[in-house]
Design a protein around this ligand. Sequence first.
Ligand code: NAG
Ligand code: NAG
Ligand code: NAG
Ligand code: NAG
Ligand code: NAG
Length: 699
Amino acid sequence: MRLPWQLLVLQSFTLCLAGDATPRGPVFVQEPSPVMFPVGSEEKKVKLTCQVRGNPWPRIRWKFNGTDVDPGADFRYSVVEGSLLISSPNRTRDAGTYQCVATNAFGTVVSREAPLRFAYLENFQTRARSTVSVRQGQGMVLLCGPPAHSGELSYAWIFNEYPSYQDNRRFVSQETGNLYIAKVEKSDVGNYTCVVTNTVTGHKVLGPPTPLTLRNDGVMGEYEPKIEVQFPDTVPTAKGGTARLECFALGNPVPTIVWRRADGKPIARKARRHQSDGILEIPNFQQEDAGPYECVAENSRGKNVARGQLTFYAQPNWIQKISDIQVAMEESISWECRASGRPRPTYRWLKNGEPLLAQDRVHIEQGWLNITRVSLADAGMYQCVAENRHGAVFSSAELSVIAAGPDFSRALLKRVTLVRVGGAVVIECKPEASPKPVYTWRKGRDVLRKNERITISEDGSLRIVNVTKADAGSYTCVATNHFGTASSTGSLVVKDPTRVTAPPASMDVTVGESIVLTCQVRQDHSLDIVFTWSFNGHRIDFDRDGDHFERVGGQDSAGDLMIRNIQLKHAGKYVCTVQTSVDQLSAAADLIVRGPPGPPEAVTIDEITDTTAQLSWRPGPDNHSPVTLYVVQARTPFSVGWQAVSTVPDVIDGRTFTATVVGLNPWVEYEFRTVAANAIGIGEPSAPSEKRRTEEARE
Ligand SMILES: *[C@@H]1O[C@H](CO)[C@@H](O)[C@H](O)[C@H]1NC(C)=O
Ligand SMILES: *[C@@H]1O[C@H](CO)[C@@H](O)[C@H](O)[C@H]1NC(C)=O
Ligand SMILES: *[C@@H]1O[C@H](CO)[C@@H](O)[C@H](O)[C@H]1NC(C)=O
Ligand SMILES: *[C@@H]1O[C@H](CO)[C@@H](O)[C@H](O)[C@H]1NC(C)=O
Ligand SMILES: *[C@@H]1O[C@H](CO)[C@@H](O)[C@H](O)[C@H]1NC(C)=O
């Protein structure tokens, strides 16, 4: 039966397929974590985990305290699917820092550093302790003095074979293990034993008993609190961690302990108090919990205060990691990584697991890494490490440098390029290539030489100005870098320039007439041609302005414009623009439209008598035909509309802007207006003057 084995093969084959099929550098799926190994535990192996991805499948090495671990030389080591197993771990030999190193064809990455520590607790060395003698009412400290250990300890005391209970008179420090009695009483006489427990291993050891006796030379009187257990001046606490502050005072009477913040803010409600307020614990520590704290010990004799600062710290945490970059040779790259953390993290960079230092093309500044003029040797795995004294985080990415000979398959030369004689032309040459190729051009079979008309730019484009018929032909761009050479060919066709044979003529017309503005050209007949007309700078829309504007001429090459029933508003500049694929030209004409004069302006009554009125006015627009005549009209409340009136002079010519109206009736209210006439006709009347009454009839 071979079946189970075959199944196994199939399975691992499927796994391979499901894995990352595209070639890429190593990436950590899981990095080693700190390990605390309990000495004497059932487990006889330590495992430091490391899992990676990558194609080809990465090889994994381990480093211990910075040097390579050699599983071949030490049988206690084995590497299983990336993870390091240490059998029979030994505190003196194996405690230290471990780092996983993964390598494949694309480069190397290193994991974060994981410490391996051993939790243990040795036995007390001393057998017995000398007797402690105190006066009744006095305060007292019994030292625990825990034996050599690693891992967190907890402390308790046995009093005469019974657990010593704690009240506001007695306090066991979880920092030192010492037992404090604020005020000794007769009942305290007996044997005291410190019990130390390693919270990681669960191992427990008992210290030597210390007998306590009372002195018989009197009783201690009352005295003010003396703070014996005091928390440090600064207590750094990790984000999310628990801050634990201890405070205990000796004194008679037994002091009370009160906690508060020295800056007046309230202590967070999540805070807990233990051992008759001797311990303040703040769980899930946050920035706002940092600050000055104090404990106040008080009795009837007085009070004392202990102070300290709780500070906040946070391990680095990524805000911006780096990601893979593909870059062509000679180009530049820029990476930025950013992490939060308190204190603010600093950054360093690794290339293939080794420190990367700034040098001429490599610029490093804070979380920035810039590399200019990338070369093949820059390819590899890069890591940004953000660290502060509380931890480090690693982000990795691959830099791949593209190296490729020129390739025109996605950017062939334009097959045909048109240009007119005398014009300028650019033929672009844009193959893919890394690094940038150098370019040469051929015309037909000959290498093209640059001259004052022919230039080849840095990016490969060919430019010819003042083109002549002789420039027509086939052009080949040849691109070369150290990975190869490739070329692409296109042809240049030179056309005769378009000429306007019948440009529009400037004209002078009268309102109501219709005219044609010509625009006729001679052009190469293989070229498409488009005519557009504009009037005073705006393109004429023949659909919208169809009442007046129309294209006429019929043939393709005729762009004539007909303007029907011309109005004064049609006066102005007309431009015909001719566009072909090789050139663009335009021709302009001015149209002057003559019409009857516009209304005169500002008709004013300068003086009025019983039968005359003296008027003046200003001329209105003459609409391109001089005013020949003004006529004055008047209106009264009794007249039917406007009536012509007699004036002196009788006939007012076009250059006279004053007149005296005669033959008016006394004591009648008059208003006046004037009308101008020219050779084309009579214009609109002016606006009326003010109304004024003639004077009373003279005797
Ligand atoms: C641990 O290693 C130290 C130093 O190599 C050696 O002296 C000691 O005997 C070892 N302990 C055990 C339990 O193997
Ligand atoms: C490894 O490094 C740790 C921390 O620096 C040190 O305590 C330990 O002795 C070192 N172990 C060896 C075997 O060098
Ligand atoms: C304390 O221990 C000593 C020696 O073990 C013993 O003689 C003594 O009686 C003990 N005292 C008390 C109060 O239990
Ligand atoms: C890297 O480049 C970025 C922008 O690309 C720039 O802001 C930064 O100053 C550069 N840093 C260095 C060290 O050159
Ligand atoms: C192109 O022709 C123009 C006008 O004909 C002339 O001024 C210019 O110098 C010529 N340029 C070249 C590069 O021959």
